[in-house]
Design a protein around this ligand. Sequence first.
Ligand code: SF4
Length: 382
Amino acid sequence: MLLKTRGKSYQVDAPIVGKVTKDIYAREDNLILLAESDALHDMTGTFLALLTKKDFKDVAVKLPGAYSVHTLDHLYEGDIVVINSDGVVNTLYRVNSHHNSLLVTERCNSNCLMCSQPPRDRNDIPYLFALYKQLIPLIPKDCLELGITGGEPTLMGNLFYELLELIKFELPDTDVHCLTNGRTFAWYNTAKRLAEIDLKRLVLGIPVYADYYAIHDYIVQAKHAFNQTILGLYNLASFHQRIELRIVLHKQSIPRLTKLAHYIYKNLPFVEHVAFMGLENQGYTPYNIQKLWIDPIEYMDELSEAVDYLSSRDMNVSIYNSQLCLMPKGLWQYARKSISDWKNIYIEECNNCALIDDCGGFFASCKDMHSQHIKALKLESL
Ligand code: SF4
């Protein structure tokens, strides 16, 4: 799915954030007109900017914006975009999707072996924060869920809390899901600061990959990460913050998976959700594939044991990014269609499967890197 296009910018001195419309008569604030025809002649609306495939010289009414844009077919009425001064047009919010998220920085204080968005050490926070400050008020108030991701979002410092305050003010009915390694919350005051915002719809998705510090630290490639994350979890819990634990399944995490389940129940029973997650073949993973890859069918015993252990103790468990045909039927009830729509695919074998509508399928990046045991399920075998 396309989230970026490019044209030639005109009078874009600073990024322009606005809502796309094709209605040449529209008169709301913060609209960006998307026009591909000569209808511009009749335009009476008021617009921040124009996006068009047409060449600058062929457009009678000159507005700031991007001209000769390669494609606009991916944009729908109500989508929110930013037009940058270099002519790049990024989609910030897709109105027809439930998988919108704000990537708030590419910086991170961990460096996980399987990171799908490898950290980049550049100060992108001021630029991105300025964008989201304009974006958030434009997001429809009935937006069901909004993600916050990175990098490590808490590296925004005070701006992290400002962002959450803005979301709480503008989108009081939206569920907010923030992916963080939780290390920042090892400092009591950071957890306290978060709790003071009192954003009840916020859930923090925090990874714990092993019950033994050295394995977790190795997976996230950061010394003391385990201790900091666990301390962070306790600080957050002391302020009744909502927490989801996320465990990526691979060669390094599988050997102690059942021990980790025991550890979670005994030490972290306050978390509201535990998600076991299949591997995405993106970012660092292809480079570390020898250290990470294990055919999912080979870890189903460990996964079943971990899931059963937690679930039978009334903990809320899910399995993400995994395929039904690889799982014992007993696990199907925990499987969720979790992969964001813009990177979710099914392979050819799936076309003959009776459960394709219930199965989460694959990450697009796993098209050529998946289990050898994918097999379409037939109705008669269910
Ligand atoms: S064949 Fe495809 S759709 Fe069917 S269960 Fe397997 S992965 Fe899912």
